[in-house]
Ligand binder design. Structure first.
Ligand SMILES: [Cu+2]
Length: 219
Protein backbone atom coordinates (compact mmCIF):
# COMPACT_ATOMS: atom_id res chain seq x y z
CA UNK A 1 0.00 0.00 0.00
CA UNK A 2 2.76 2.44 0.86
CA UNK A 3 4.78 3.49 -2.13
CA UNK A 4 8.04 5.37 -2.25
CA UNK A 5 9.23 7.33 -5.21
CA UNK A 6 13.00 7.64 -5.66
CA UNK A 7 14.16 11.19 -5.01
CA UNK A 8 11.15 12.00 -2.85
CA UNK A 9 12.70 10.78 0.33
CA UNK A 10 13.93 13.63 2.50
CA UNK A 11 17.52 13.41 3.65
CA UNK A 12 16.47 14.26 7.17
CA UNK A 13 13.41 15.16 9.17
CA UNK A 14 11.52 11.97 8.41
CA UNK A 15 10.02 12.01 11.87
CA UNK A 16 8.52 15.44 11.24
CA UNK A 17 6.91 14.36 8.02
CA UNK A 18 5.38 11.18 9.33
CA UNK A 19 2.11 12.60 10.78
CA UNK A 20 1.29 14.11 7.38
CA UNK A 21 2.12 10.82 5.69
CA UNK A 22 -0.10 8.91 8.08
CA UNK A 23 -2.95 11.33 7.46
CA UNK A 24 -2.48 10.98 3.70
CA UNK A 25 -2.48 7.20 3.88
CA UNK A 26 -5.63 7.28 5.99
CA UNK A 27 -7.26 9.38 3.29
CA UNK A 28 -6.10 7.07 0.52
CA UNK A 29 -7.38 4.12 2.50
CA UNK A 30 -10.83 5.51 1.98
CA UNK A 31 -11.79 5.70 5.63
CA UNK A 32 -14.44 8.31 5.97
CA UNK A 33 -14.16 9.43 2.36
CA UNK A 34 -17.62 9.48 0.87
CA UNK A 35 -18.74 6.86 3.36
CA UNK A 36 -22.05 6.84 5.15
CA UNK A 37 -22.70 5.31 8.55
CA UNK A 38 -25.14 2.41 8.36
CA UNK A 39 -26.16 0.93 11.69
CA UNK A 40 -27.55 -2.59 11.73
CA UNK A 41 -29.43 -3.97 14.70
CA UNK A 42 -29.99 -7.72 14.64
CA UNK A 43 -32.30 -9.49 17.05
CA UNK A 44 -33.95 -12.86 17.38
CA UNK A 45 -37.77 -13.07 17.41
CA UNK A 46 -37.55 -13.20 21.21
CA UNK A 47 -36.00 -9.72 21.15
CA UNK A 48 -32.62 -11.00 22.32
CA UNK A 49 -29.59 -9.66 20.47
CA UNK A 50 -28.56 -11.93 17.60
CA UNK A 51 -24.97 -12.00 18.78
CA UNK A 52 -22.50 -13.49 16.28
CA UNK A 53 -24.87 -12.98 13.37
CA UNK A 54 -23.04 -11.84 10.25
CA UNK A 55 -24.28 -9.02 8.02
CA UNK A 56 -22.96 -8.73 4.47
CA UNK A 57 -23.47 -5.83 2.07
CA UNK A 58 -22.91 -6.88 -1.54
CA UNK A 59 -22.52 -3.85 -3.83
CA UNK A 60 -24.92 -4.02 -6.79
CA UNK A 61 -23.02 -1.41 -8.79
CA UNK A 62 -19.38 -0.52 -9.22
CA UNK A 63 -16.38 -2.48 -8.05
CA UNK A 64 -15.46 -2.68 -4.39
CA UNK A 65 -11.91 -1.53 -3.59
CA UNK A 66 -9.27 -4.23 -3.27
CA UNK A 67 -8.35 -5.24 0.26
CA UNK A 68 -5.55 -7.43 1.56
CA UNK A 69 -6.71 -8.76 4.86
CA UNK A 70 -5.50 -11.37 7.27
CA UNK A 71 -7.38 -12.97 10.13
CA UNK A 72 -6.66 -15.19 13.10
CA UNK A 73 -8.72 -18.02 14.54
CA UNK A 74 -7.19 -19.08 17.85
CA UNK A 75 -7.77 -22.26 19.80
CA UNK A 76 -8.30 -21.66 23.50
CA UNK A 77 -9.67 -24.17 26.03
CA UNK A 78 -10.68 -26.51 23.20
CA UNK A 79 -12.69 -23.82 21.48
CA UNK A 80 -12.22 -21.85 18.29
CA UNK A 81 -11.85 -18.17 19.20
CA UNK A 82 -13.69 -16.45 17.70
CA UNK A 83 -16.31 -19.12 16.99
CA UNK A 84 -17.54 -17.11 13.97
CA UNK A 85 -15.21 -15.29 11.57
CA UNK A 86 -16.23 -13.39 8.46
CA UNK A 87 -13.62 -12.60 5.83
CA UNK A 88 -13.38 -11.47 2.24
CA UNK A 89 -12.50 -14.02 -0.40
CA UNK A 90 -8.71 -14.32 -0.70
CA UNK A 91 -7.98 -13.69 2.98
CA UNK A 92 -5.21 -15.72 4.65
CA UNK A 93 -6.16 -17.05 8.07
CA UNK A 94 -3.71 -18.12 10.77
CA UNK A 95 -4.81 -20.85 13.19
CA UNK A 96 -2.56 -20.59 16.25
CA UNK A 97 -3.05 -23.13 19.03
CA UNK A 98 -2.93 -21.44 22.47
CA UNK A 99 -3.73 -24.67 24.33
CA UNK A 100 -1.17 -26.96 25.92
CA UNK A 101 -2.59 -29.87 23.97
CA UNK A 102 -2.35 -30.47 20.26
CA UNK A 103 -5.19 -29.86 17.80
CA UNK A 104 -5.79 -30.93 14.24
CA UNK A 105 -7.86 -28.31 12.50
CA UNK A 106 -9.73 -29.34 9.37
CA UNK A 107 -12.72 -28.62 7.17
CA UNK A 108 -14.65 -30.76 4.71
CA UNK A 109 -16.63 -27.78 3.40
CA UNK A 110 -16.64 -27.39 -0.41
CA UNK A 111 -15.62 -23.71 -0.11
CA UNK A 112 -12.36 -24.78 1.57
CA UNK A 113 -11.27 -28.32 2.29
CA UNK A 114 -8.09 -28.47 4.33
CA UNK A 115 -6.35 -30.30 7.14
CA UNK A 116 -3.63 -28.88 9.41
CA UNK A 117 -1.82 -31.93 10.76
CA UNK A 118 -1.73 -32.30 14.55
CA UNK A 119 0.16 -29.33 15.95
CA UNK A 120 0.92 -27.18 18.97
CA UNK A 121 1.80 -23.48 18.86
CA UNK A 122 1.78 -21.84 15.45
CA UNK A 123 1.01 -23.92 12.36
CA UNK A 124 3.56 -23.75 9.56
CA UNK A 125 1.16 -22.32 7.03
CA UNK A 126 -1.77 -19.96 6.82
CA UNK A 127 -4.92 -21.10 5.07
CA UNK A 128 -6.04 -18.94 2.16
CA UNK A 129 -9.81 -18.93 1.73
CA UNK A 130 -10.05 -18.47 -2.03
CA UNK A 131 -13.72 -19.23 -2.64
CA UNK A 132 -16.86 -17.69 -1.16
CA UNK A 133 -19.02 -19.85 1.08
CA UNK A 134 -19.43 -21.19 4.56
CA UNK A 135 -16.49 -23.16 5.94
CA UNK A 136 -17.20 -25.28 9.01
CA UNK A 137 -14.12 -25.86 11.16
CA UNK A 138 -13.53 -28.91 13.27
CA UNK A 139 -10.73 -30.64 15.18
CA UNK A 140 -9.99 -34.28 14.52
CA UNK A 141 -9.11 -34.85 18.16
CA UNK A 142 -11.89 -32.93 19.89
CA UNK A 143 -15.30 -33.49 18.36
CA UNK A 144 -16.90 -30.68 20.34
CA UNK A 145 -14.71 -28.05 18.69
CA UNK A 146 -16.76 -26.22 16.06
CA UNK A 147 -16.07 -22.93 14.32
CA UNK A 148 -17.26 -21.08 11.26
CA UNK A 149 -15.52 -19.01 8.62
CA UNK A 150 -17.92 -17.17 6.35
CA UNK A 151 -16.12 -16.17 3.16
CA UNK A 152 -17.78 -13.36 1.22
CA UNK A 153 -17.08 -11.50 -2.05
CA UNK A 154 -17.27 -8.01 -0.56
CA UNK A 155 -15.26 -5.87 1.86
CA UNK A 156 -18.47 -4.62 3.49
CA UNK A 157 -19.41 -6.97 6.30
CA UNK A 158 -19.58 -7.15 10.07
CA UNK A 159 -20.29 -9.50 12.91
CA UNK A 160 -22.97 -8.49 15.37
CA UNK A 161 -21.46 -8.02 18.85
CA UNK A 162 -23.24 -9.09 22.07
CA UNK A 163 -24.94 -5.68 22.25
CA UNK A 164 -26.78 -6.55 19.03
CA UNK A 165 -25.77 -3.50 17.01
CA UNK A 166 -22.92 -2.53 14.69
CA UNK A 167 -22.16 0.47 12.50
CA UNK A 168 -20.46 0.12 9.12
CA UNK A 169 -19.09 2.85 6.88
CA UNK A 170 -20.37 2.25 3.36
CA UNK A 171 -19.85 4.19 0.14
CA UNK A 172 -23.12 5.51 -1.27
CA UNK A 173 -24.81 3.09 -3.64
CA UNK A 174 -27.14 0.13 -3.88
CA UNK A 175 -26.47 -3.09 -2.00
CA UNK A 176 -27.97 -6.45 -1.26
CA UNK A 177 -27.89 -6.98 2.49
CA UNK A 178 -27.75 -10.56 3.61
CA UNK A 179 -27.54 -11.95 7.10
CA UNK A 180 -26.39 -15.26 8.51
CA UNK A 181 -26.37 -16.89 11.91
CA UNK A 182 -25.48 -20.48 12.67
CA UNK A 183 -28.93 -21.01 14.20
CA UNK A 184 -30.92 -19.42 11.36
CA UNK A 185 -34.09 -21.26 10.45
CA UNK A 186 -34.70 -21.31 6.70
CA UNK A 187 -32.72 -19.42 4.11
CA UNK A 188 -30.68 -16.37 5.10
CA UNK A 189 -32.74 -13.19 4.72
CA UNK A 190 -31.80 -10.76 1.96
CA UNK A 191 -33.01 -7.27 1.18
CA UNK A 192 -32.07 -4.34 -1.02
CA UNK A 193 -30.50 -1.34 0.68
CA UNK A 194 -29.88 2.08 -0.82
CA UNK A 195 -27.11 4.00 0.91
CA UNK A 196 -27.16 7.74 0.36
CA UNK A 197 -25.41 10.62 2.10
CA UNK A 198 -27.34 10.43 5.37
CA UNK A 199 -26.69 7.90 8.11
CA UNK A 200 -29.32 5.20 8.34
CA UNK A 201 -30.40 2.39 10.61
CA UNK A 202 -31.59 -1.05 9.63
CA UNK A 203 -33.34 -3.46 11.99
CA UNK A 204 -33.17 -7.16 11.23
CA UNK A 205 -35.25 -9.79 12.97
CA UNK A 206 -33.80 -13.26 12.54
CA UNK A 207 -35.60 -16.56 12.95
CA UNK A 208 -33.19 -18.45 15.18
CA UNK A 209 -33.62 -22.08 16.11
CA UNK A 210 -31.43 -22.97 19.10
CA UNK A 211 -32.26 -26.65 18.55
CA UNK A 212 -30.55 -26.76 15.14
CA UNK A 213 -27.90 -29.46 15.15
CA UNK A 214 -26.14 -28.32 12.00
CA UNK A 215 -25.23 -24.80 10.99
CA UNK A 216 -27.56 -22.85 8.73
CA UNK A 217 -26.44 -22.85 5.09
CA UNK A 218 -24.98 -19.88 3.27
CA UNK A 219 -26.08 -18.17 1.16
CU1 LIG B 1 -8.53 -30.19 19.24
Amino acid sequence: MSRQRPGMRPAGGRGRRRPALVALLALLGGEGVGATAVTVTAAARTGAAASDAVVVFEPLEGAAPATHDTATVDQINKRFVPRVTVIRTGTAVTFPNSDHIRHQVYSFSPAKTFDLKLYAGSPKVDVVFDKPGLVVLGCNIHDTMVGFVLVVDTPYFAKIPPAGRITLELPAGRYRLRAWHEQLAGTPPARAVEVGQSPQSIALTLDLDAARDTAAPWP
